[in-house]
Design a binder for this molecule. Sequence first.
Ligand SMILES: [Zn+2]
Length: 244
Amino acid sequence: MNNKHSIFPKKLKLDTPDIFTYSESNSNNASQQHDEDGDDHVFTGIETPLRSDAFDKTDEQKIAEIEGHFKSIMEILGLDLSDDSLMGTPHRVAKMYVKEIFSGLNPYNKPSIKLFDNKYKYNEMLVEKDISFFSNCEHHFVPIIGKAHVAYVSSGKVIGLSKLNRIVEYYSKRPQVQERLTIQIAEEIKKAVASDHVAVVIEATHLCVSSRGVRDTSSSTVTSSYSGKFENEKVREEFLSYIY
Ligand SMILES: [Zn+2]
């Protein structure tokens, strides 16, 4: 497969080479090194790192266990769990993790895609832009808030428009790094529409960058994936002209 996945700052030219940054600290302290790697948002692979026993437990078992652990975290922080306002928090957080913001870890929640024949013989690109999403940074567990722009050119089959939103939503409901989210969405759309002509651009703000750490509230991160016809500069420019 001949894919082009890249991450580049918003203002750079389109033909900017792929840029990935890695920490070069000489620290011997493993924990401190991991802190720094986390802030640099090192990306290790396309697949979400999951253990083989990831779904041995039911959602209900997971919620009960996380509730207990989150209660401990709150207690260690010194919070009084007998207070009416805090009492229900461990259960709420546990349920939110499993059923909402990390529900995309479970393949059972993957949207089912139905393919339709391309009856209108529409052979130009189809662009679905400004798909808003909420994800969470896997290095800090705080929100990533962004928009995805996706496009494909039919190879004879089409899917319902809302399915494109569903695919973005499914992969964003995981602990994520933006590069992986971009590639996972692109690969899933390729499979869904049975076409290699797929483009994905994601622009997002990371709360781990804006609300803590370097506290930069104005920067955003742009990532992209182009394959098939979208590797052609003219086709890519047409796509970008629709979204910017
Ligand atoms: Zn982060």
